[in-house]
Design a protein around this ligand. Structure first.
Ligand SMILES: [Zn+2]
Length: 303
């Protein structure tokens, strides 16, 4: 079974603190192969990766939620290091309005050893956009509501269909053979003049889902993407109730209302304003909500 490992490298909002670095999330999807992704790349991200024992050279794709400095000032340095390390493989960066920022990747010294490919991410409308697809999962985006064009990202694992040994025995089918490859491809086969349907001899396992809100108010699009998610990593800049609505961020009050609608297994609150210094006081505020948890730098979650 595939394993998804997430390391939250930075958990502050606009300004870093001694305990909290700028936003970045490193995700590894591991089955027979290994896929590594970075979501946001605030200042200092490459050093946070070193401290967390994560390899930046394994990243082939980086996803930026929006162009506020706290989410991307680490990019030029990271790309520069990859050049110093003689990277050859191209690096793809997904982000809204990327054309305005491609110069960022030309700051490399001593020379370009690899290509940086830019992929624009839609920031209008209410559609979930597929950005990248492998055999087992997709990475998607949806526009959200911040002070500038911004998106949330999701990793959505595909359903796994497994041939059930008991069911094929009962149906009088062979224990193995090419028939199962065919039936998975076509949904049904004719075997000894009988039609065998895939659903009659298989079980389906729901895929896992992980969503990162980026910076946003709680909005319909975020609620849509985050439905039934196994893990939501959520902007919670403000823990005080009844304030701060104007800044384009989510508050704990909004998140509690959203959680009632989305059926998320776990919600990790991050992008925490530096005004909140004592994690104990924050934990007190969420004690009645068992799915909520407060992020800290280098927190690891395995799903
Ligand atoms: Zn931010």
């Amino acid at each position: 079974m595939a394993k998804i490992e997430i390391t939250i490298l930075g958990t502050t909002a606009g300004i870093p603190t001694r305990e909290r670095a700028h936003p970045a999330i490193y995700l590894t999807y591991r089955d027979r192969n290994e896929f590594c992704y970075l979501f946001d790349c605030g200042e200092g991200t490459q050093r946070q990766m070193l401290l967390a024992d994560l390899n930046p050279m394994k990243l082939n794709e980086i996803f930026i939620t929006h162009w506020h400095g706290d989410h991307y000032f680490g990019l030029p340095g990271l790309v520069d290091t990859m050049s110093f390390e003689d990277r050859v493989k191209s690096l793809t960066i997904y982000a809204p309005e990327l054309k305005r920022f491609t110069n960022l990747f030309n700051l490399r010294y001593p020379s370009e050893t690899f290509k940086v490919i830019s992929r624009d991410v839609p920031t209008k409308g209410d559609k979930i956009t597929d950005l990248l697809e492998t055999a087992n999962f997709k990475i998607v985006s949806i526009p959200v509501e911040h002070e500038m064009p911004a998106v949330a990202y999701g990793l959505m694992e595909k359903e796994r269909i497994k041939i059930d040994k008991n069911k094929i025995k009962q149906a009088g089918l062979p224990a193995q053979g090419l028939i199962y490859k065919k039936i998975k491809e076509k949904g049904k086969v004719i075997f000894k003049n009988r039609e065998i349907k895939l659903e009659s001899i298989s079980t389906t396992r729901k895929g896992k889902k992980i969503v990162y809100s980026g910076d946003t108010k709680v909005c319909d699009n975020l609620i849509k993407l985050a439905q039934n998610t196994d893990l939501l990593i959520q902007d919670c800049t403000y823990f005080d109730f009844g304030k701060f609505k104007k800044y384009g961020h989510a508050s704990l009050e909004d998140i509690i209302k959203m959680v009632e609608q989305i059926n998320a297994k776990k919600v990790i609150l991050t992008h925490i304003s530096r005004r909140y210094k004592d994690p104990e006081k924050l934990r007190e505020k969420i004690k009645d909500y068992p799915s909520l948890e407060i992020a800290k730098d280098f927190m690891k979650i395995t799903i």
